[in-house]
Design a binder for this molecule. Structure first.
Ligand code: RNT
Ligand code: ZN
Length: 427
């Protein structure tokens, strides 16, 4: 199909779709506008399989997460990562941010340990963000380090180890504040630690008590303003090597966040398979002003498959749309797959996330709620089923066209070209 013909058919299909949605009381033009405006924070770590830019060290524990696969083309340095992300941005409709991890510091020839990193080590990233007009988010890297090998960081029984990680957390908050000031957009900094044990510990209490103390020490920094640096804490049910006990469990962090006025982070891959993250949104937002959401996909014991438009992702954003809560959630991607083209992984996951946002905004909520309120449950259920059959793909294609990005799967051609020209040369 030539581009103008496809443009014509997209316009024609969109007209029909717009009319069909209008009959349900849904304004597709407004939904497109709103779906494009929701920022999605792209995780930098899909580009290099979560390796980071520090000098490689042997024998490090992975911190309970692991990228598997050997597809060629992994980015090997900051410049390659940024080149890859240039293309990713071109293929994504809507507002994007970039989410960095601390071990993507660029320290030149000099090795700088994590407790000593400063904003200067992120100037390459900052320039990139400025050039693309995207905001930056940040994460301390409390894993893949000799002092994380014993399985405990902020909750370690060793005072020196704990202090090292506290200093790292503090250094990271200063960097986050710098990003915010430079870019004029608050930086969300997410604290996730791998701490836990493979098997049942005799003492589940002390590490949690220490974690409270360490986090408090990180947050108590008079030089960092919460207006610039917005802290989030991410819990988990279990990880690789922390199957029995995770110090930073969900309950721990919901309560910690509530009492310290920081943001709870919910990762779609971090719950029991039958638990609905969508259902948690209206519960937590009764008490917390904001939530951070990591879109991801659990498969068996892995929590980090590439996001697809599955029921969990759809339900999550439909729930947010029904509650009118898009201004109270921050959306970030969190997955890593080394077995497929990594640019495509980004595009698939980010597009699926934005599709779910669009679908949420196309939900005929008014009709559904009215049927519910009138006690006509059968009608509500029938309308929910009907909503699945609506021609939303035509609305999505129009969203892509309006954003100046390739519609449907036409972006695959761009990825193939880049693979041939750039990725295949990385050995
Ligand atoms: C791990 C958490 C965390 C990490 C990133 C790399 O289970 O989900 O968000 O994936 O920090
Ligand atoms: Zn996560």
């Amino acid at each position: 199909m030539n581009p103008s013909a496809s443009r014509q058919s997209i316009t024609a299909a969109y007209r029909l779709a717009r009319a069909a949605f209008a009959e349900q009381g849904v304004d597709t033009d407004l939904a497109i506008k709103r779906a494009l405006a929701v920022p999605i924070s792209l995780h930098c770590w899909q580009a290099d399989d979560v390796r980071g830019l520090e000098t490689p060290r042997e024998g490090l524990a992975g911190g309970g997460i692991m990228a598997t696969g050997g597809y060629p083309g992994r980015a090997r340095n900051g410049d390659e990562m940024r080149a890859d992300l240039d293309l990713v941005l071109k293929l994504l409709p809507g507002t994007q941010r970039l989410n960095l991890h601390a071990f993507y510091a660029e320290t030149g020839r000099k090795a700088v340990d994590r407790d000593a990193i400063t904003p200067a080590h992120f100037s390459g990233w900052l320039d990139w963000a400025r050039g693309h007009r995207v905001g930056l988010d940040f994460n301390p890297t409390y894993f893949a380090h000799p002092l994380a090998n014993a399985g405990f960081t902020l909750s370690s029984p060793d005072r020196k180890v704990r202090q090292f990680w506290i200093d790292h957390g503090r250094a990271c908050r200063r960097i986050a504040q710098h990003f915010s000031k430079q870019l004029g957009s608050p930086c969300l900094i997410n604290h996730w630690i791998p701490d836990g044990t493979k098997d049942q510990p005799a003492d589940r209490w002390s590490p949690r008590a220490r974690l409270v103390e360490s986090l408090d020490a990180i947050l108590a920094d008079p030089k960092v303003s919460r207006r610039h640096c917005v802290d989030a804490v991410e819990g988990k049910l279990f990880g690789l090597g922390s199957e029995d006990y995770v110090v930073g469990s969900h309950e721990f962090y919901y309560a910690y966040a509530q009492s310290r006025q920081v943001v709870p982070c919910l990762d779609l891959g971090h719950y029991h398979p039958t638990e609905s993250v969508a259902d948690k949104v209206s519960a937590l937002l009764q008490f917390h002003p904001r939530l951070l959401l990591h879109t991801s996909r659990p498969v068996r014991w892995d929590s980090d498959h590439v996001v697809i438009l599955d029921d969990a992702v759809r339900a999550l954003f439909t729930e947010i749309a029904r509650g009118g809560a898009f201004n109270r959630v921050a959306v970030a991607l969190d997955f890593f797959d080394a077995s497929i083209n990594r640019i495509a992984a980004y595009v698939i996951g980010a597009r699926a996330t934005r599709q779910a946002i669009l679908l949420g905004l196309l939900d005929p909520s008014k009709q559904l709620k009215a049927a519910d309120a009138a006690g006509r449950g059968h009608e509500r259920l029938a309308l929910m089923e009907q909503a699945k059959a609506m021609p939303w793909g035509a609305v999505w294609d129009m969203l892509c066209v309006r954003a100046g990005t390739p519609p449907a799967a036409t972006w695959l051609a761009d990825v193939a070209r880049y693979e041939e020209k750039v990725l295949s040369k990385r050995r």
